[in-house]
Design a protein around this ligand. Structure first.
Ligand code: NAD
Length: 368
């Protein structure tokens, strides 16, 4: 099949499309709808959730809904540790909560999902990063240092309030890495085994929205239009992640980030151009769509150019991975089989990880 031309949609001969339920309120100042959304859902007692860093903003939100705020829990943490979930469950029971309001990034959302998994409480999420967890039926939980991920509709949030105003405080570096984390969901959706034209259309829109918005935000972090475009793009990226299967990129980030305790969004940011380069020949249509969305010769080159423009982290070394861990990362990445457009080969994966560790994308792109 020829690469798509400008404006041309990839229409496949046959596909399966699974729509996920959920209600989305998007805009600026939309947090003012929180009370009416709770009432609409028949909820009267909310447990509000955040990380310690966002506790002050959470208290303001609690004050804005008055008696509907039954309790506050501000110990949400990265990778959803089950001991934190146990404490949050006690807090939910103590205040007789009938819903949770998760305010923050993937860490707060993950805690809301973990509570819903065990109690079926209604979830309202107010996302403040671009991670996209609020749009997925996926939960990853950590117990005894091991992260287990599963998919169940029980954890899909019922109501999501995107309020652009809350993203204005996201620091530029986190904006860049979280935004690139979002782009990665859309990129892998384009070559997913169960891809379909609707999700591919969202993925392309999402990547171009992010490609426009992120440089504008880095230049002017308070640019509301750019912040709105990034949050819109992140929403679409989250739908991509929740709707179709992911491949090499997400597997590598899970393995490398989880095993060596690297920051989640930074790991995605470093790995993405390498995963695209690994798959480009096996998924030429996806590569061309990424190139078209970002503007560039190839998808990989366009991602590299965007990373340069954003001054993103570009090596695993710079975000805390030790050189001696390269072999173990390659072993873990090939341990359990998963679908990928290009077959997974131990020596090719080792080369990818070693190049990403050193930050040597030019050599990696030029091939062996
Ligand atoms: P995060 O939620 O851990 O947030 C990072 C830090 O930024 C925290 O300290 C947080 O308080 C702060 N922060 C968030 N928004 C802010 C804002 N607007 N202004 C100032 N500070 C802000 O990071 P994340 O990258 O959003 O989420 C990562 C977690 O989410 C990981 O555990 C990852 O596995 C999970 N995740 C899950 C899914 C899924 O579908 N299940 C998808 C993506 C990510």
């Amino acid at each position: 099949m020829n690469p798509p031309r400008d404006g041309e949609l990839i229409v496949m001969q046959s596909f399966v499309y699974n729509a996920l339920p959920g209600r989305v309120i998007f805009g600026q100042g939309t947090v003012s709808a929180l009370k009416s959304e709770m009432e609409r859902a028949g909820c009267t007692r909310a447990l509000l959730l955040s990380t310690p860093e966002q506790a002050a903003a959470l208290k303001d939100i609690a004050a804005s809904i008055g008696a509907l705020a039954a309790g506050i829990f501000t110990d949400a943490a990265m990778h959803t540790p089950t001991d934190v979930t146990d404490r949050a469950l006690r807090a939910a029971r103590d205040c007789a909560a009938d819903c949770t309001i998760a305010f923050g990034g993937g860490s707060s959302t993950g805690l809301g999902k973990a509570i819903a998994l065990r109690t079926d409480l209604t979830q309202i999420v107010i996302p403040t990063t671009y991670a996209g967890s609020e749009m997925t039926p996926i939960i990853g939980e950590t117990e005894g240092g091991r992260k287990v991920t599963r998919r169940t509709l029980k954890v899909l949030p019922e109501i999501v309030i995107y309020d652009v105003d809350f993203t204005l405080t996201l620091p530029p570096r986190l904006t860049v890495t979280s935004g690139t984390n979002a782009i990665a969901h859309a990129v892998e959706a384009l070559y997913a085994q169960d891809r379909n034209p609707v999700i591919s259309m969202m993925a392309e829109q999402a990547i171009s929205a992010m490609g426009r918005a992120l440089p504008a935000i880095v230049a002017h972090p308070q640019d509301r239009e750019a912040r709105a475009e990034a949050l819109y793009g992140a929403w679409l990226c989250g739908i991509c992640l929740g709707s179709v299967g992911m491949a090499l990129h997400h597997k590598l980030c899970h393995v490398v980030g989880g095993s060596f305790n690297l920051p989640h969004a930074d790991t995605h940011t470093v790995i993405l151009p390498y995963a695209m380069a690994y798959n480009a020949k096996a998924a030429p249509e996806a590569d061309q769509v990424v190139a078209r969305a970002l503007g560039g010769r190839s998808g990989t080159q366009a991602l590299v150019d965007l990373a340069r423009k954003l001054e993103s982290p570009t090596s695993l070394k710079s975000i805390g991975m030790e050189e001696r861990d390269i072999e173990r990362a390659a072993d873990l990445a090939v341990q359990s089989p998963y679908w990928n457009p290009r077959p997974i080969d131990r020596s090719a994966i080792r080369d990818l990880v070693a190049s990403a560790w050193a930050g040597d994308i030019e050599r990696y792109m030029s091939g062996p």
